[in-house]
Design a protein around this ligand. Sequence first.
Ligand SMILES: NC(=O)C1=CN([C@@H]2O[C@H](COP(=O)(O)OP(=O)(O)OC[C@H]3O[C@@H](n4cnc5c(N)ncnc54)[C@H](O)[C@@H]3O)[C@@H](O)[C@H]2O)C=CC1
Ligand SMILES: O=C(O)C(=O)COP(=O)(O)O
Length: 389
Amino acid sequence: MKKIRTYNNIAAVGLAKFPTDRYLVDASSETPDALLLRSHKLHNEELPSSVLAIARAGAGVNNIPVSQYTPKGIVVFNTPGANANAVKELVLASLLLGSRGITDSMSYVASLADEKDAIELHKKVEAGKKKYGGSELTGKTLGVVGLGAIGAKIANLAIDLGMKVIGYDPALSVEAAWQLSSQVNRAENLNSLLARSDYVTLHVPAIKPTIGMMNEEAFSAAKDGMVLINLARGELVEEEAVINALDSGKLAAHLSDFPSEGLIAHGKSTLFPHLGASTVEAEENCAVMAAKQLIDFLDNGNIINSVNFPAVSMERTTGYRLTFANDNIPKVLGTVLNLLADLNINVLDMVNKSRDDIAYTIVDIEQEPTAALLEKLSSVEHVFHVRSV
Ligand SMILES: NC(=O)C1=CN([C@@H]2O[C@H](COP(=O)(O)OP(=O)(O)OC[C@H]3O[C@@H](n4cnc5c(N)ncnc54)[C@H](O)[C@@H]3O)[C@@H](O)[C@H]2O)C=CC1
Ligand SMILES: O=C(O)C(=O)COP(=O)(O)O
């Protein structure tokens, strides 16, 4: 039986993908083959040595110390794009919340609960609306920082709303570029986008170059009265800088999925409890995709949508399957193949791919690998993980 340890609320339809005759899915498994989680933080947590893979049902992997796991051969997966539509729709809501006095006007109406006279109530309603007027999105400029799965959807939606759109993404993939409307203008750098945007929405991962990207310097480059939407990660925005920008009027509004003590106490941001991906559809998409990827890896050694290993897949042949991970340097693959040849083990099929400093190989061989063979392969210099699948 293979064991999957789950964390967080994983959609049942995803968990049901694990065949019950071969998989035990359990939140408290002590020797799991894999972990399946959403935002649960793995930093500072001891990982059982049995773990071969981790699937993040979602996009961001900053809750997982990926670089610590790679040398142990632990493959980390995410589910690119599976919750992008859910986030896009909450950005749309945020654009509207940031442009009209919707929440304040609702509070105003709620404050009229004691007014029992219909004529007086009507007067107060009509008097109140002066205070909560807004402006329209059409014709305004939206700056989209990060044009991946989510950013591209938002950029295209904003074009459909009649907005002008500027995008900034120095690492834009060809695949993401194909998704993007040709009407999206490219900014050379973040400050140039900020200087021209009435609304700015962040859709980048929390990584070294992006952490704290919205700081005092960025706000001073920004257009006065800008609306900032951050449904990506709290770490992208420096709390003190955003509070100063709200107080000075540099920011007309700040909407964020990442409440912090300081922002809540300050009271001027519109804060959601990390709701971006919390739709039935997104939760199901992510859970199904994560489960399928784990099953294919645990059953066949195939790797799809990993954030630390190359994409490697091979149809099963009639033989037995070995997989190994190694440092991406010359001669390791040759040494392993020579070792198999010396033992008269015939290779039926093979695929080898590399990514940055590591390589991963799937080899189908004619005879069942013995424990001694696995041991020999593991002892090849620069091979750091071997598995019979
Ligand atoms: N609030 C929520 O519930 C959710 C939040 N997220 C957050 O949104 C982030 C983006 O998600 P996806 O669009 O699905 O990821 P993605 O990987 O498809 O797109 C990220 C984009 O950011 C770009 N990028 C990287 N560094 C950059 C930089 N310094 N400046 C500008 N662009 C940069 C990349 O080139 C890529 O195109 C996730 O990493 C996660 O942190 C994602 C899903 C749900
Ligand atoms: O996919 C992401 O990056 C998210 O932030 C969604 O997080 P969640 O799955 O709702 O805990």
